[in-house]
Write a protein that binds this ligand. Structure first.
Ligand code: ADP
Ligand code: MG
Length: 232
């Protein structure tokens, strides 16, 4: 079977300017994520993980370099084109605010299902109930995001990503500050997805995430190297 490259970034630079200070958050980062891979992105706080993920998802624009998602250019494209590419390929778990606050858990999942592109991901779209059951959220289907605990919020966020049928999950520390059972559930879900050929790129400090990763990358001061991490 041909190797499918879901994500390719070449020589990314991102500088922030605060007053007279220049923060060089990304200094020539290149990486690829292929179908079926679970890539853990490690590195100390402030090393540029969130900046890198934002640039890869087209939520931020690199100052240099290119990003291609599923063979299509993401960087330096009009906002509408980036949004369409994001919606058709990526399932994004940000560090917070992954759910629509005015929709219940079930409605958030329903909305993600309704946005699903034809033929996305793992074939026929599962219904709302099976997805909620798979993340242990059946009892909380009618709850609004504000009423959820941290673990429930994380479970709901992974349910939305599952509903989207995304070919590539990009997650920023999805298992930070959650209980061990929820972390296990999210990791099992990611492994299950990867067996079906979906990819994942996960910024993390968690040894449990590194343990399920098929590859570990290490970011330090905006420079990427192949892991394992020695200073996280
Ligand atoms: P990580 O996710 O690994 O903790 P970040 O990507 O959040 O790292 O940050 C990388 C560097 O860029 C840090 O020095 C951080 O302070 C800086 N930074 C991040 N976002 C901004 C911003 N919006 N404005 C200025 N500096 C920023
Ligand atoms: Mg971060």
């Amino acid at each position: 079977m041909a190797v499918v490259t879901l994500l390719r970034a070449e020589d990314l630079f991102r500088f922030y300017h605060v007053g007279d200070a220049e923060i060089r958050a990304l200094k020539g980062v290149s990486l690829e994520v292929r179908a079926g891979e679970i890539v853990a992105l490690t590195g100390p706080s402030g090393s540029g993980k969130s900046t890198l993920l934002s640039c890869l998802c087209g939520l931020d624009e690199p100052d240099g370099g290119t990003v291609d998602i599923d063979g299509r250019r993401m960087s330096r494209r009009p906002e509408a084109e980036k949004a369409a590419l994001r919606a058709s390929v990526l399932g994004i778990m940000a560090q917070r605010d992954n759910l629509f606050a005015h929709l219940t858990v079930a409605e958030n999942v329903a909305f993600a299902l309704s946005c699903r592109r034809e033929g996305a991901g793992d074939g026929a779209a599962a219904g709302i109930a099976p997805i909620l059951r798979s993340v242990g959220m059946t009892e909380r289907a009618a709850a609004y995001p504000a009423a959820l605990s941290g673990g429930e919020t994380a479970r709901a966020a992974i349910a939305v990503v599952l509903a989207s049928g995304a070919a590539l999950i990009v997650a920023d520390e999805p298992t930070a500050e959650i209980d061990a059972a929820t972390e296990r559930l999210i990791l099992d879900t990611l492994v299950d997805r990867s067996r079906k050929g979906q990819g994942a790129l996960i910024a993390t400090h968690s040894p449990a995430v590194e343990a399920i990763a098929t590859r570990i990358l290490h970011l330090r001061d905006g420079v990427l190297s192949a892991g394992p991490a020695s200073d996280t």
